[in-house]
Ligand binder design. Structure first.
Ligand code: LLP
Length: 425
């Protein structure tokens, strides 16, 4: 193993029988690489959080919609959410049936609601006006309402979705108004859901928000509403600081709290319906990394810049949220390099904010090195763009047999032109 800095992927056997330098040579860079074994392990860990018969893991597909990964997640017994016609399309493509897909949308038009209803999906609406619209589009249909529990959590204000400062959900105080809309259109309110935000590393807020939703469910029961589905949302964090030994979220502890709550509540209220958790990141983040190449190294004043092909068109999270992704470095004939030097790792996009890792202590990078941004399986490829008319990368899966196979080809210049209405020479 060419190991300037690779103890993390070595330890988890991320590359199986492959080697990152060969993968980069064979498939080119930038390249998303996924590990099937890690993906399956995460699914099983989540499914094991509660043995309650109604408990399900509703994978939030926005984190990664590659249908090969979706199929693996489906095989592991998860159901799935969708929040756009594109996600419905890809989920169906991966073999999920309509009853396994929950449409959790936000501010959409009548056509989109109708598309979901016509395909037989259960739809969750997140405002009274969307409920009204849904009632007109699908009178007499089944519906879910997303409530805002007034509690938020997340790694950045941009991804906190509970509380007053966010656009999401119906305020619990408006429950009676919501029920009036439901009645007016002959809808059947069959479920309630929430999502407090993305990436918490202790479960306290999540459990507090569960209690809010269960209290709402109890109030609904008193009003004669028979729920079939209660969805607590996602947000489970993963440790991005791999080389600093960051602690994992205590899933066993959280699982115990969750299990106790849903079992006790079901017994108290005679509820035999389903409970969902809706994780995206926890399922897929750690099974993916993105490989890139160091194309140039230079000094600007006292700053050392390592220029790579992992721009924010490839991995947007650092630019968008100042998110941290740990780095590995692979070099032909490399030996562990003990000397750590402060370096700023940047991409090849024409903006100064195109920074992958700012002033990071890393072994000294050299032109030609292959580097990995770890934990890029969630909100990585799905947020990639063709900015600067760069081509979106390929994706490779290391299977259970340890061998790599291409699961998405790299884009081509023809792809860039595929939506144009003028002919190109
Ligand atoms: N359910 C709903 C309704 C959501 O809006 C989300 C994420 C999830 C579930 C899954 O959350 P997760 O378990 O992945 O935290 N692009 C950002 C994350 C945005 C999350 C948006 N909603 C990032 O890269 O950190």
């Amino acid at each position: 193993m060419p190991n300037i800095r690779s103890s993390y992927t070595d330890r988890v056997n991320f590359f199986g029988g492959e080697n990152p330098l060969e993968l980069a040579a064979r498939f080119g860079t930038p390249l998303y690489v996924y590990n099937e074994h890690i993906l399956r392990r995460r699914c099983r860990e989540l499914a094991g959080l509660s043995a309650h018969p109604g408990f399900h893991v509703n994978y939030s597909a926005k984190a990664n919609t590659n249908p090969v990964l979706l199929s693996i997640i489906r095989e592991e017994g998860c159901v799935v959410d969708a929040m756009s016609p594109g996600e419905i399309f890809l989920n169906l493509h991966a073999g999920f049936t309509p009853d396994q897909i929950l449409y959790v949308c936000n501010n959409v038009d009548a056509d989109e609601l109708k598309n979901a209803a016509d395909r037989g999906l259960l739809v969750s609406v997140d405002s009274l006006s969307q409920l009204e619209l849904y009632g007109r589009v699908n009178p007499g249909g089944r519906v879910m309402i997303r409530f805002n529990p007034g509690i938020g959590a997340g790694h950045s204000a941009k991804v906190i979705t509970g509380g007053k400062e966010t656009k999401f959900g119906v305020e619990p105080a408006r429950m009676d108004e919501a029920l009036a809309v439901v009645a007016r259109h002959g809808l059947r309110l069959v479920g309630i859901n929430q999502h407090i935000g993305s990436l918490f590393m202790d479960g306290e807020s999540y459990v507090a928000a569960m209690d809010v939703l269960l209290a709402l469910a109890a109030r609904l029961k008193e009003k004669g509403v028979r729920l079939e589905l209660i969805d607590f949302g996602g947000g489970f964090g993963i440790p991005y600081h791999k080389y600093d030994g960051e602690k994992r979220l205590d899933m066993a502890g959280l699982g115990m709290l969750l299990h106790r709550r849903i079992s006790d509540w079901s017994a108290e209220y005679g509820y035999a319906g389903r409970f969902y958790i809706e994780p995206g990141r926890y399922v897929v983040a750690e099974c993916g990394l993105v490989l890139g190449r160091v194309n140039a190294v230079k000094n600007n004043g006292s700053n050392i810049y390592a220029g790579t092909d992992i721009g924010f068109n490839v991995l947007a999270r650092p630019m968008l949220y100042d998110a941290f992704h740990d780095m590995e470095i692979y070099r032909e004939g490399g030996v562990p390099d003990e000397e750590l030097v402060e370096q700023t790792v940047v991409g090849n996009i024409c903006e100064s904010g195109d920074i992958l890792a700012k002033k990071r202590l890393l072994p000294r990078l050299r032109e030609g090195d292959i580097l990995a941004a770890l934990d890029a399986g969630a909100y990585g490829y799905v947020m990639a763009s063709t900015y600067n008319s760069r081509l979106r990368p390929a994706e490779v899966l290391i299977g259970e047999d340890g061998a790599a196979r291409l699961i998405r080809r790299r884009e081509t210049l023809e792809d860039l032109a595929s939506t144009l209405l003028c002919s190109l020479n």
